[in-house]
Ligand binder design. Structure first.
Ligand code: GTP
Ligand code: SPV
Ligand code: MN
Length: 590
């Protein structure tokens, strides 16, 4: 399928190491994919779901020990440890290659190696980049076919130039042994090696490994940014669409916000939301000096639990055809799927995510894994943006940071300027979720929602943000922070969230347009409570004043934690960050 000598030489080398019985090139044709689906059903790797209710949909279960990203086994192997920085796992490249070569050697004996050429971003866009993933998993091939643009057309785009840039990705399922599981990025070699997993972000190497870890490194060197951000277009009653990017940590609401349905009152006025992306943004400065965003992906790898007609109608609609479900529950009565929060009727005749037949109406545990997911083509989404394939991307008005904070962060505030906004992103914190292996609900610092995804030293990355701000100057997007997850003293969410988040987005866009005033506070600009339009809110008791208050004591405790956090970056920490921290502390101590 290609005569590119670099590609072919690399493939020979990987073949010699992994020793597959066969090598199959993925050309992207429907016939080939359909044959692979049939083969996966035949071997039991996938289950074909009810084709009347869910046409083209399949079901897959992963190993019990392999249900989320594994951050403690994810490495950034830059030549020096300092380049990877204090919050990434690091090992010297030579040492890591040697260690992994042993594991890969003979790992594909008796198996087939699939060669998956793929493009992140619309093929031919000046901002798109090419990868080739070698994998011995049909599940990976079929997921990559949804999540990225694959096949012959990608190789045609790459061409025969031996120096053409592409990311070399190798995945071997091996025996899914968690003790020998490694997700490794070699940024200087444009290389990703993943072994002993078969789950999501660990193995769909175009996603977190390439589009965030490797791409953030490329972005630093090439003057652009790769971010863990959704992209949405908000259309006003006059038909004008403004674009917002938002970075929330894993399982903190990006997919939901990206596909939001406005509350009745705003819908009736003519407001609409259009989805450009739900997880990753690549941001470039356009010819007019503004920041433009493309979504490098072609599908959604979304969290299933909590997705319902009420919370996220558009995501649910997206999963009605040509979708792969992973680790949800099966309804054996009609061979469809179920998860917690879909509705209030768990299936009686159910197979849970562990593969056990259970009575779902009385079962005590989770029928679907909390990090169970759907892989759905973006084009299925009823509110997919007309700009989804725009090779130039969409101009970004506002950047929004946010996380799960029971206390501390107010519903929304605006940073004073780009530098302060960078500080707000750099000091983000959030409660951990089931998206990564480990404890859930523990507050940790997650700068720009990139803690698990930055491909180099986090402090250098903040420096790159500051550089980008200087280049953008007064054309820079405005930067905000939101928190949908504030809780009252009884532990209840104070804000209804979901569609009602639109009310906050409107304040944000009004601020960008200079249409609404704000109150200058210790932490930035806060809305006047009356400027968040609550008309038609179902719950009339929403305490908007409470949602916008700042508890100085709680904030000062956070400042102390930030001081400690920043200290580990030593002299790599940009001075601007120290200055902003001092300013915040002084404001709170007044
Ligand atoms: P990744 O795909 O892991 O990067 O996650 P994501 O940021 O796209 O998260 P997603 O939108 O899938 O939301 C994860 C969980 O948060 C789901 O269980 C949602 O139901 C819940 N959630 C999303 N938005 C809100 C909200 O506004 N309020 C509340 N209370 N929960 C929300
Ligand atoms: C996340 O964890 O942020 C995800 C899912 O979007 S995964 O692809 O597994 O990283
Ligand atoms: Mn994500």
């Amino acid at each position: 399928m290609t005569e590119n000598k670099t590609v072919l030489a690399w493939l020979e080398e990987m073949k010699a190491m992994c020793q597959p019985d066969n090598v199959v090139w993925i050309d992207g044709s429907e016939e080939q994919l359909e044959a692979l689906r049939a083969e996966a059903v035949e071997t039991g790797e996938m289950i074909k779901l009810n084709q009347e209710k869910l046409p083209g949909c399949y079901y897959h279960r992963t190993a019990e020990n392999d249900v989320a990203r594994v951050e403690d086994r994810t490495f950034i192997c830059t030549p020096t440890e300092e380049e990877a920085g204090p919050i990434n796992n690091w090992m010297a490249p030579d040492e890591m290659y040697a260690k992994l070569k042993k594991l890969y050697t003979g790992s594909m004996k008796g198996r087939t190696m699939y060669v998956i050429p793929y493009s992140m971003g619309p093929i031919g866009s000046p901002f798109s980049k090419i990868g080739i993933e070698l994998s011995d998993s049909i599940y990976v091939v079929l997921n990559m076919a949804i999540m990225t643009r694959i096949g012959q057309k990608v190789l045609d785009q790459l061409g025969n130039d031996e120096n053409a840039e592409f990311i070399k990705c190798l995945h071997a399922k091996k025996d899914v042994n968690p003790d020998d599981r490694y997700i490794v990025q070699f940024p200087q070699d444009n290389t990703i090696w993943s072994i002993n997993s078969a789950y999501g972000g660990n193995v769909l190497l175009g996603k977190k490994c390439f589009a965030l870890r490797i791409a953030s490194y490329l972005g630093k060197n090439q003057g652009w940014m790769a971010e863990h951000m959704l992209i949405l277009g908000l259309e006003n009653p006059q038909g004008e669409v403004k674009y917002i990017c938002a970075a929330f940590p894993s399982a903190c609401g990006k997919t939901n916000l990206a596909m939001l349905i406005p509350p009745e009152y705003l819908k009736n006025k003519g407001y609409k939301v259009w989805t450009v992306g739900d997880d990753i943004s690549w941001l470039n400065i356009g010819p007019d000096g503004r920041l433009y965003a493309i979504n490098p992906e072609a599908g959604f790898f979304g969290v299933a639990p909590g997705t319902s007609v009420k919370t996220n109608f558009n995501a649910l609609e997206s999963t009605k055809k040509n979708t792969i479900f992973t680790n949800v529950a099966l309804n054996n009565a009609d061979n469809t799927v179920w998860w917690e929060g879909l509705d209030k009727n768990p299936p009686k005749n159910c197979t849970n995510w562990l593969g056990e037949k259970v009575d779902g109406t009385t079962y005590e545990g989770n029928l679907a894994h909390p990090n169970s997911r759907f892989t759905a083509p973006a084009i299925n989404c009823p509110c997919i943006s007309s700009e989804f394939e725009n090779p130039q991307g969409v101009p970004v008005e506002a950047i929004v940071f946010g996380g799960r904070r029971a206390k501390c962060a107010p519903l929304v505030y605006q940073s004073r300027d780009w530098q302060h906004g960078t500080f707000v992103g750099a000091t983000m914190a959030s409660e951990t979720t089931a998206a990564a292996a480990g404890a859930v609900g523990v507050v940790r610092r997650d700068p720009m929602a990139m803690k698990p995804f930055v491909g180099y030293n986090m402090a250098t990355y903040w420096g790159h943000w500051l550089e980008m701000g200087k280049k953008l100057g007064d054309k820079a997007p405005k930067i905000f922070h939101v928190n949908w997850f504030r809780k009252d003293d009884e532990g209840h969410f104070m804000w209804p969230g979901f569609g009602d988040n639109m009310r906050v987005l409107l304040w944000i866009l009004n601020r960008c347009a200079g249409k609404v005033d704000a109150v200058e506070s210790e932490i930035g600009y806060l809305p006047k409570p009356e400027d968040i339009d609550l008309t038609g809110l179902e719950d009339e008791n929403v305490d908007i004043k409470g949602l916008l208050t700042i508890d100085k004591q709680v904030w000062l405790e956070d400042v102390a934690n930030i001081e400690e956090y920043f200290a580990q970056f030593g002299d790599k920490l940009p001075k601007e960050m120290t200055d902003e921290l001092a300013k915040l502390k002084a404001n709170l101590s007044k």
